[in-house]
Design a protein around this ligand. Structure first.
Ligand SMILES: Nc1nc2c(ncn2[C@@H]2O[C@H](COP(=O)(O)OP(=O)(O)O)[C@@H](O)[C@H]2O)c(=O)[nH]1
Ligand SMILES: [Mg+2]
Length: 203
C-alpha cells in the first residue's frame, strides 16, 4: 500500500463533523509537540501535508487525511498543553473520548510518545482509559535521533516497563521522523490493523 498518495480532507471540531465512516481509520494521539504531524508528513513523504509547529497546542481540531483512497489517517489535537484553558482542555477530553468510543470505522489509535521522556501521568491515564474501553492502540516513540543508541535502548526499556506495569501488551515502535528511521515498521503495523480490523464488539 502506498502512503505517498495522501490528501487533506477536512478539519473536524467534533464527531459530527467527521467524514462518513466509509473507510477504515487510524488516529494519531498524544501530547502536544511529541511529533504527531511530523510523523504524518514522514509517512506520506510530504513536507507540509500536516502543519507542524514549534509552538505546542496549535492543532485544536481533528485533521482528516485520505491515504491511497483507501483509509483515513486522523491527526488528533494534542493533550496536556498547559496554556490552553481548563475549559478548553475539558472540551477536548470530552469530544475526543466521544470520538474514540463511538467512531465505528476506527481500527487503531497510535499513541505518540517522545522517547526522551518516560510517559507522564496524562499518557498513562490515557493508555489505561483506552485499555478499559477496549480500544486497540499501539505506542510510537518519536525523536529517537535525539538519543545515542545506548540512551535509546534504555528509554525503550523504561517505556516497556511502564506499560507492563499497567498490565498491558501493546506494540511499541521507536522511530525518527527527522531521520526517517523506523517508518517501514510503523507502516507494516498500520497496514496490519487496517487490513484486519479488530472485531466490532471490541468497541
Ligand atoms: N529531532 C526530531 N524532531 C522531531 C521529530 N518529530 C517531530 N519533531 C519536532 O518536534 C516539534 C513538534 O512536532 P509536531 O509534529 O508539530 O508535533 P505535534 O504537536 O505532536 O503535531 C517540531 O519542531 C518537529 O520538527 C523527530 O522524529 N525527530
Ligand atoms: Mg500537530
Amino acid at each position: 500500500m502506498s502512503f505517498n498518495q495522501a490528501k487533506f480532507i477536512l478539519s473536524a471540531p467534533k464527531l459530527e463533523f467527521c467524514p462518513p465512516p466509509e473507510y477504515p481509520e487510524v488516529c494519531f494521539a498524544g501530547r502536544s509537540n511529541v511529533g504527531k504531524s511530523s510523523l504524518i508528513n514522514a509517512l506520506t513523504n510530504h513536507k507540509k501535508l500536516a502543519k507542524t509547529s514549534n509552538v505546542p497546542g496549535k492543532t485544536q481540531e481533528m485533521n482528516y487525511y485520505l491515504i491511497h483512497d483507501k483509509w483515513y489517517l486522523v491527526d488528533l489535537p494534542g493533550y496536556g498543553f498547559a496554556k490552553v484553558s481548563k475549559k478548553e482542555r475539558n472540551r477536548w477530553g470530552k469530544e475526543i473520548q466521544r470520538y474514540l468510543t463511538s467512531r465505528s470505522n476506527l481500527c487503531l489509535v497510535a499513541l505518540i510518545i517522545d522517547l526522551r521522556h518516560p510517559p507522564g501521568n496524562l499518557d498513562q491515564e490515557f493508555m489505561l482509559w483506552l485499555a478499559q474501553n477496549r480500544i486497540p492502540f499501539c505506542v510510537l516513540a518519536s525523536k529517537e535521533d535525539k538519543l545515542s543508541s545506548n540512551q535509546r535502548a534504555k528509554a525503550v526499556k523504561t517505556l516497556k516497563n511502564v506499560i507492563k506495569r499497567l498490565n498491558m501488551e501493546v506494540p511499541i515502535l521507536p522511530y525518527s521522523a527527522e531521520k526517517k528511521e523506523g517508518l517501514d515498521s510503523i507502516k507494516e503495523l498500520l497496514e496490519e490493523f487496517l487490513e484486519h480490523p479488530p472485531e466490532p464488539e471490541k468497541f
